[in-house]
Ligand binder design. Structure first.
Ligand SMILES: [Zn+2]
Length: 478
């Protein structure tokens, strides 16, 4: 009978879905999680967030976090309440962002729960406990997570501090008789789409026995980032020429900082007229402060600009409005002006107050820089609806509606294929590291269509076994 290594990988989330990412790796009795995120999207999917874990949280030795988006970290507070007693590992920026994102969620969840008459998913006390368990680990530093399990972070280029996780786990007993064979499992996390403002390109790795690759855009290719930047410039010029207001609903993390970085360049090179630009989001303001703390993780171009004396998140005309009093004062500032505010899909947040005020004036523009999910106000506006309901008011949409897709934080199909292609069989001619032959690719973190499309392409073009795991499935890593 073939010996099994005892290495097992459980897919508890991020399988057949983009969100709720949660993998459990078992090796020689040790158990670790990679990511522990909330499901986001349809009501059915989000209903899973209040269900208990399918495993015993007390048996988990450690958690490794790829990055600080809620669909990768949002269930950490519940893991603590369920009895998890170990450490949580993430890069230094990811630790700081996690605190901001979870604390903001406490506020949002409390509001939601009040409306629905239910108990919020978690509270500030649990978030404080989560934060006390974090250990910041830098990129490229091999670290022990549990008995027989070590990991190394590599740059994933998706948001600041995002990581690809390379795990070295003790596999089956070595045929030479002493010790165990080391197996390499690489978790892609979310991979970025280079070249991105500020961020480095995702690292290419070459060795692994098994990889998990994300597939949000497993079936699509993006327009170029340059095209997106040009559209921002044009939208500002056109709106200013009409004496209007440009509203940009934006995600607080990454998208807002990328916009700021880009606007900084446009202002400093005098490519756009000087108008007031408001960042009307306390969360985005706090996240930008974290960005300022970690310039060492930016790409070469951004580092060069900072070294030559440029404050990339500050330029004439820019104002961060944190208090609600400051936010309301934006109304008094005469047009033309630019307002960047959350939420990114116009589902709540300060942007909706501006939309109520400005959507019915044809001089104004609403520019959408991110994905607009079905069922959201952002989607209805993107689809061209002329009458919408915002904050219980019927609004006639006369403002210009524009969309950009080039700002995506996720790799597209051709980039994902390139990333997978870089894994190849590597021998050990110098007697160094043992060789690893890629046996299988698990295509995860995508809807069924994109995941299956990427899996077929990997099988057909690269001749590598590729599978879309089902939710709850267990894979033996022999
Ligand atoms: Zn992400």
């Amino acid at each position: 009978m073939a010996k099994t290594s005892g290495l097992k990988l459980h897919f508890y989330g991020g399988a057949e879905a983009v969100t709720g990412v949660n993998y459990l790796l078992e090796a020689k009795g040790a158990k670790i999680l990679v990511d522990c995120g909330l499901f986001q999207g349809s009501r059915e999917l989000e209903a899973r967030n209040s269900q208990p874990f399918a495993y015993d949280a007390k048996e988990i030795d450690a958690v490794i976090i790829t990055h600080s988006h809620l669909d990768h970290i949002g269930k950490l507070p519940q893991l603590i309440s369920a009895g998890f007693g170990g450490k949580i590992y993430a890069t230094p920026p990811a630790v700081d962002f996690t605190r901001l994102i979870l604390e903001d969620s406490v506020r949002v969840l409390a509001e939601k729960a009040r409306h629905a008459g239910v108990v919020p998913l978690f509270s500030q006390e649990e978030v404080d406990e989560v934060m006390s368990r974090f250990v910041a680990v830098d990129y490229y530093k091999k670290t022990k997570a549990a008995k027989g399990i070590e990991f190394t972070f590599h740059d994933a280029g998706h948001i600041l501090g995002s990581a690809i996780v390379e795990v070295d786990a003790a596999g089956p007993p070595s045929p030479k008789g002493s010790g165990r064979v080391n197996k390499k499992i690489v978790f892609s996390g979310d991979l970025g789409h280079p070249p991105a403002p500020l961020l480095r390109a995702p690292d290419y790795l070459t060795q692994a026995d098994y990889i998990l690759v994300e597939s949000t855009y497993g079936d699509k290719n993006h327009e170029s980032p340059e095209e997106g930047e040009e559209k921002v410039e044009n939208a500002i010029e056109d709106t200013v020429a009409r004496g209007g207001v440009l509203m940009i609903p934006s995600f607080a993390m990454e998208r807002t900082q990328q916009l700021l970085y880009h606007l900084n360049n446009l202002v400093e090179h005098k490519r756009i007229p000087r108008v007031p630009i408001f960042i009307d989001s306390p969360l985005a303001t706090h996240i930008t402060e974290v960005y300022k703390k970690y310039p060492q993780y930016y790409n070469k171009k951004a580092v060069f600009e900072i070294d030559s004396g440029d404050d990339v998140f500050n330029f004439p005309g820019l104002r961060f409005t944190v208090s609600s009093k400051e936010s309301k004062e934006i109304n008094d500032s005469p047009s033309p002006k630019v307002i960047i505010a959350g939420s990114g899909m116009s589902q709540g947040g300060r942007i909706v107050h501006h939309e109520v005020r400005y959507l019915s004036d044809p001089r104004n523009t609403l520019l959408m820089v991110g994905y607009q999910a079905e069922g959201t106000l952002g989607r209805r506006l993107a689809d061209g609806q002329k009458r919408v309901e915002v904050l219980d008011q019927a609004i006639e949409v006369k403002a210009k509606i524009e969309k950009i897709s080039g700002y995506s934080a996720h790799a597209d199909q051709s980039y994902l294929m390139d990333w997978v292609k870089s894994f190849k069989k590597v021998g050990s001619p110098d007697g160094g590291e043992a060789s690893h032959e890629l046996k299988k690719v698990f295509v995860v973190q995508g809807e069924n269509g994109p995941s299956s499309a990427l899996a077929s392409l990997i099988r057909d073009e690269l001749g590598i076994l590729a599978q879309v795991p089902k939710m709850g499935e267990v894979a033996e890593l022999d």
